[in-house]
Ligand binder design. Structure first.
Ligand code: FAD
Length: 321
């Protein structure tokens, strides 16, 4: 038996959420007295694959197949199911990402496994296999017992910290046989959102709201983001007004972010915005209205005018560097 973890990358770089997933899989493997095996689809330098051992994977299966260059869900599910069978894995871990979620359900069907998404803690193995998952954008939790022999879990972002415990993993090429029928859909073109740092993967997010008055003032958000190495986000009205592109819109109807630090500038803190940020580790709110609802969800708050506060923060961040 082993614990298998699916590792995702973007543009040849392993995603931060996958390091969390490997750390989770390694912790779980330790609890189960077994080992964690990572499965990586795509071409990566050998040292990048070996280095996954640092996070606790004892072995890496690398599937390097030109037909899998784009993440098409059916063949990915087949490839990971074959890897799970090869490694006699009884638990398969994926990140809660758009690919991870879509693959997980198909994988569960293929392996006749129980599946739970958005898991936020390591399983409780005393007398069974129970996991805790987050529901309704973090407003409720469910404890679920999985009774099938095989289990598929998707792990919420920030549910597990990245721990560097191991050394080098052994790397093995793996060529699963994938039927042509799995390729009934194909991604023809991908147009990427602009921005250097992926909002969903960012460690720090600086977001602006209608309190910034107009797009001409957005340099306050982008300059602070640049000084901190952060991604930029915004509230819904800001993208509706075309001050910022729609892919930056954070909230219930936009992107859900889980950074270590979320800085909200001139955003009131409506419940629909909070739904997209409440799994952030630390929230800092800058708002000139001390009664703004966002302060209730904040770890740190600055009640002040963004046009005075943010330039000082930018200068301090640059100075600190
Ligand atoms: C079905 C539905 C779904 C929605 N989904 C989303 C969603 O996904 N994401 C989202 O963001 N919203 C969403 N909304 C909209 C949401 O309800 C709020 O209207 C929106 O979040 C408010 O945006 P805002 O805080 O930027 O603007 P405002 O509510 O106008 O707030 C501006 C804030 O800026 C502060 N301010 C003003 N001047 C300054 C200054 N100089 N310095 C500092 N602070 C200042 C004000 O005190 C105020 O708190 C949704 C609404 C509905 C009905």
């Amino acid at each position: 038996m082993s614990v298998l973890v699916f590792v995702e990358g973007v543009d040849g770089e392993i995603k931060k959420s996958s390091f969390e997933a490997i750390s989770y899989a390694a912790e779980l493997a330790k609890k189960k007295n077994t080992h964690a095996v990572a499965v990586v689809i795509g071409a990566y330098p050998a040292d990048a694959l070996e280095s996954l051992g640092k996070y606790g994977a004892s072995k890496v299966l690398n599937i390097n197949n030109d037909k899998l260059k784009q993440p098409v869900i059916q063949p990915y599910a087949t490839a990971i199911a074959e890897a799970a069978n090869k490694e006699t894995a009884d638990v398969i871990i994926l990140s809660k990402s758009s690919i991870g979620e879509a693959v997980a359900s198909r994988l569960a069907v293929k392996l006749k496994a129980a599946v739970v998404s958005n898991v936020i803690e390591l399983p409780d193995l005393s007398g069974g296999f129970k996991v805790k998952k987050s529901l309704y954008t973090g407003k409720a939790f469910a404890n679920i017992e999985l009774k099938a022999d095989k289990k598929v879990l998707t792990i919420a972002k920030n549910a597990c910290s990245v721990t560097e415990t191991g050394g080098k993993a052994t790397v093995e090429s793996f060529a699963p046989s994938i039927p042509d029928t799995d390729f009934s859909t194909a991604i023809k073109e991908v147009s990427k959102a602009t921005g250097d740092i992926l909002l969903t993967e960012a460690d720090i997010v600086v977001s602006g709201g209608r309190g910034l008055k107009g797009p001409e003032n957005w340099h306050l958000v982008t300059d602070l983001a640049k000084a901190l190495g952060a991604a930029t986000g915004c509230s819904k009205p800001v993208s509706d007004l075309d001050w910022r592109p729609h892919h930056e819109h954070v909230g219930q109807t936009g992107i859900k972010v889980s950074p270590n630090l979320y800085i909200a500038i001139g955003i009131s803190g409506a419940i629909q915005h909070l739904a997209g940020v409440n799994s952030s580790k630390c929230i800092v709110v800058i708002n000139k209205d001390p009664e703004a609802p966002f302060f209730k969800a904040a770890d740190y708050g600055i009640a002040g005018d963004a046009f005075e506060v943010v330039p000082k923060l930018i200068a301090a961040a640059k100075n600190y560097k």
